[in-house]
Ligand binder design. Structure first.
Ligand code: GDP
Ligand code: MG
Length: 632
């Protein structure tokens, strides 16, 4: 049984060494805490209630800082280890593992110095504990946590918030169901006003884990006694109350030996008319034994749940570590390999977006299927081929000599002018697909799990991809515009040869068919106009209709060919060579430039360190527990 307290001691030390103070703020945000799960005895009480005195009498030594104001400003984890009679008594701090203190006044000095090291001269408090182990033949195996005394007012030089801060810290300890509360109240004060009992009642209303301790029995007014409290009538607790008599201030000043004062305490109870019937269950030695036994049995009952908590947490932490990823290799070759691997992962996600499997690629088809046809339909050909404009363009093309049969130049100009309208929708399709591709790059970077940790590489990848897409866009723009220009550079002769009204006009120059109603519709669906007057409105209307028919034929063609150009130049290239340029650049980089690309988010690096430390803690705790189970 004895090694159970030692086991918890070792786990407690590992907690402090690895930064688990049970707080979930600062760098420890969201990390599981083992500290909280460990059974412990916390000493609480108002200022000057006798906390330090009780602890010192447990140890049989003078070693705690004294003074007015708030002396204890960090939790002191006091681990007492019983050693065999005759062995050398010594103390050891966790933060000074090599040094054995045999002079206990130096222990006091070190506690003060170590308190100030963290809290500074400002007299703030800190949740980070100081661990002190004392090895002595005069102790029982016991671990206690000395907490700052509950107080009502801050003293000179201390911030007002300290009163609340102390209460919060003490509460955070005593709230845990695994905490045994050593509640210290002075007997020369009304128990109803005891800070310790007030807090204990709040967090442990049934008194299941509270040990009530009454100090200063010797200082009670003559003729009064504390039997109502000690016999459990004033304040019911599941455990018996224990009264103690510590050294008075006068004894301290006279440097009365602690072992001697333990004897005096025994004598006090043995000879006291009020308490002699309780003598065997009073005094600090009895209290220490009582606590030791209780702590052991609490630990024993909690070991199974602690063990399962540890296993569960190890799994969770390992899962998180896997998710965070391993730390990056240091040599350039491995770094290059990592970078290329990450690029490939990104490229895979990007391609899935284009080829399906992930959404987004369909928006490119949306450009071809909706946006482009709609833009083509919206082109202002009605206005362009209005009678007035047709007349104007044809006349200007004719010059001083009006055309004789058909306005060859006029047709060409009208068609060329009309075709130039297609440039707009062609460019718009290129741009629209460009935007879709850019968006898919952005999404793919975000979705590539492996890239999450590398913000610099993410940015570089995005920049390189956007640059490549820009090049593809330029190429695509040129190609699409070239398609339009090609249409303008050589007109489809067939179309004009087949125009029925032209055929008729040539065959029948006298215009014997004035109504023209028997003419079949032209290719554009426009009924051919009758030939009445070569230079009348009908003539120009017919020209306009022919041009319109031609343009709509070209429009149909472009509606099919522009998507081909866009896919060929942008989409296909993006799939084939989005990162080619980037790969060449990366290949030329030196070691430290590669390392820069693999810069991680500092918060993530910190998280990895914290998780690793916590994992180490849980694993060492598991080893400790396993070894104890084996040895028993
Ligand atoms: P803390 O502030 O709770 O740590 O209280 P201390 O242990 O420092 O005690 C405060 C003062 O009360 C000191 O002067 C002690 O000597 C004195 N004191 C504590 N316990 C007793 C006791 O049982 N009897 C007497 N006479 N004095 C005590
Ligand atoms: Mg004290």
């Amino acid at each position: 049984m004895e090694n159970l307290i030692g086991l918890v001691n070792r786990i407690q030390k590992a907690c402090t060494a690895l930064g688990d103070h049970g707080d979930t703020e600062g760098s420890g945000i969201g990390l599981p805490t083992l500290w909280e799960a460990l059974p412990s005895v916390a000493v609480v009480g108002g200022q000057s209630s006798g906390k330090s005195s009780v602890l010192e009498s447990f140890v049989g030594r003078d070693f705690l800082p004294r003074g007015s104001g708030i002396v204890t400003r960090r939790p002191l984890v006091l681990q007492l280890h019983k050693i065999d009679e005759g062995q050398v008594e010594y103390a050891e701090f966790l933060h000074l593992p090599k040094r054995r203190f045999t002079d206990f006044s130096l222990v006091r000095k070190e506690i003060e110095d170590e308190t100030d090291r963290l809290t500074g001269r400002t007299k703030q408090i800190s949740i980070q504990p100081i661990h002190l182990s004392i090895y002595s033949p005069n102790v029982v195996n016991l671990t206690l946590i000395d907490l700052p005394g509950l107080t009502k007012v801050a003293v000179e030089g201390q911030p007002d918030s300290i009163v609340q801060d102390i209460e919060t810290m003490v509460r955070s300890y005593v709230e845990k169901p695994n905490c045994i509360i050593l509640a210290i109240s002075p007997a020369n004060q009304d128990i109803a006003t005891s800070d310790a009992m007030k807090l204990a009642k709040e967090v442990d209303p049934n008194g299941e884990r509270t040990f009530g301790v009454l100090t200063k029995l010797d200082l009670m007014d003559k003729g009064t006694n504390a039997l109502d409290v000690l016999e459990g009538r004033s304040f019911r607790l599941q455990h018996p109350w224990v009264g103690v008599v510590n050294r008075s201030q006068a004894d301290i000043n006279k440097n009365v030996d602690m072992i001697l004062s333990r004897r005096k305490e025994r004598e006090y109870f043995a000879t006291s008319p009020d308490y002699s019937h309780l003598a065997s269950k009073m005094g600090s030695e009895y209290l220490a034994k009582l606590l030791s036994q209780n702590l052991e049995s609490v630990i024993k009952s909690r070991i199974p749940s602690i063990t399962s908590l540890i296993s569960k947490t190890i799994d969770e932490l390992e899962a998180e570590m896997n998710q965070i990823g391993r730390p990056i290799a240091v040599d350039a070759g491995a770094q290059l390999y990592t970078i290329l691997d990450l690029c490939r992962a990104f490229d895979r996600v990007f391609k899935e977006h284009l080829d399906g499997g992930r959404p987004g690629g369909d928006r490119i088809y949306g450009v071809f299927d909706n946006q482009l046809p709609a833009a083509l339909k919206k082109l202002p050909f009605d206005r362009y081929l209005s009678l007035q404009n047709v007349k104007k363009v044809v006349s200007e093309a004719d010059g001083y000599q009006p055309h004789l049969i058909a306005p060859e130049q006029g047709y060409r100009r009208l068609i060329e002018g009309g075709l130039s309208y297609f440039r707009g929708p062609a460019e718009a399709s290129v741009d629209a697909v460009h935007l879709v591709l850019k968006e898919l790059v952005r999404k793919s970077i975000g979705e590539t799990q492996e890239l999450r940790r590398f913000p610099t590489l993410q940015a570089e990848l995005a920049a390189a991809s956007y640059e490549a897409l820009e090049r593809f866009r330029e190429d695509s723009r040129k190609t699409a515009l070239r398609l339009v220009d090609m249409e303008a550079s050589y007109l489809t002769v067939e179309f004009f040869r087949k125009l029925p009204q032209e055929v008729e006009r040539v065959n029948n120059p006298q215009g014997s068919n004035p109504t023209g109603n028997n003419n079949p519709p032209g290719p554009g669906g426009n009924p051919a106009a009758p030939v009445i007057d070569r230079f009348g409105d009908g003539h120009f209307r017919r020209i306009g209709a022919n041009v319109s028919a031609y343009i709509s034929m070209v429009s149909d063609t472009l509606r099919n060919t522009i998507p081909k150009a866009v896919v060929y130049c942008q989409v296909r290239e993006a799939k084939r060579s989005l990162l080619n340029h980037f790969y060449t650049q990366v290949g030329k980089k030196e070691g430290d430039q590669l390392a820069k690309l693999l810069d991680e988010d500092p918060a993530l690096m910190e998280r990895r360190v914290q998780c690793a430390k916590r994992l180490e803690l849980y694993k060492s705790a598991k080893d400790e527990i396993d070894s104890v189970s084996w040895s028993r």
